[in-house]
Design a protein around this ligand. Sequence first.
Ligand code: SF4
Length: 362
Amino acid sequence: MKLPFTPRARARFQLCLLAWYRAHRRALPWRSSRDPYAIWVAEIMLQQTRIAAVLPYYLRFLKLFPTVASLARAREGHVLRLGSGLGYYTRARNLHRAARELFTRHDEQFPRTLEAALALPGVGRYTAAAILSIAYGVPLAVLDGNVARVLARLGALRGDLRAPRRWRLLAETAQQLLAREAPGDWNQALMELGETVCTPQNPSCGACPVSRWCRARTGKLTNSIPAPRRKRAAVRVRIAAAILRDPRGRTLLVRDPGAHDRVLFSRLWQFPAVEVARHPKKELAAHLRATLGLRSASLQLEALPIARHGVTFRNITLMPYLVRLPRLPRRARTRLLPLSGVTRLPVSSATRKLAAAASKEC
Ligand code: SF4
């Protein structure tokens, strides 16, 4: 891909895009801040999540944890509970761990070098470049789906943009185009253009500040670039979960037992559960025996209404079973609590669905 730029044209291109960004950027709380901590939290929360969904969580998070030190000192459960609903448990956990590293090793400051930033949990190349350029003016270009689409259309680059060779080419192009005197604004300008004007479908080329340099527009290729990505075939998964109940109305949650689907439950508190094939009851009973020492012969598993759950390319059927026991087992990494209190612990949305299905029936 070769963009049609002489050095002078590139300077004009940069001026046009920066001027547009400064006049039209959306007012977002992290944009009014130069605090690397606030920018870091925003960039982590924005990973694969829409701005509108992030905003309330971001504001609440910063109110509760306004500094690296306050986040580092917080209990992990408290931080994770804030992620409830947004589905960013892994990111919340990474924020917490990284805050502790910043607190102990970096004098409470986000590091200024790419190498040190990349060593923090949850910080990849894109996130590091975004934070370093916005917070410290480090000349590193970002490349995400929005930026890639804009660049591909400008240069009329066809084919799958995520293919390694094309992605490398786009990364090189992004770095060449970077306005080195204002890398933070530049990166945000390209992202903003991709999100609000150069959208995946029907881009608003009439409102585009750089349309005169766009090869896709002149070649009438805007709707065919980027090429649609091939969809991964959906995988069906069935998970049987045990809602154990004792006569006092309590249930049991386990944490990270190592024998379940880690992605679905995100290593949070969950009902004992196992992925099943043909005989859910038998397989769940065997799982309860192996992990909690419950004797299969004495277990009565009563099927509750199933719930559906979708995670990326997986269609998951959640199959809750009510299991009444005279006494709940006590083991390491288990909690006994009322069914209605399950959501007081950090739990995934799958566990919430199971708890909701169970509380209707119990
Ligand atoms: Fe995107 Fe249209 Fe601008 Fe080209 S002219 S960069 S397709 S919005």
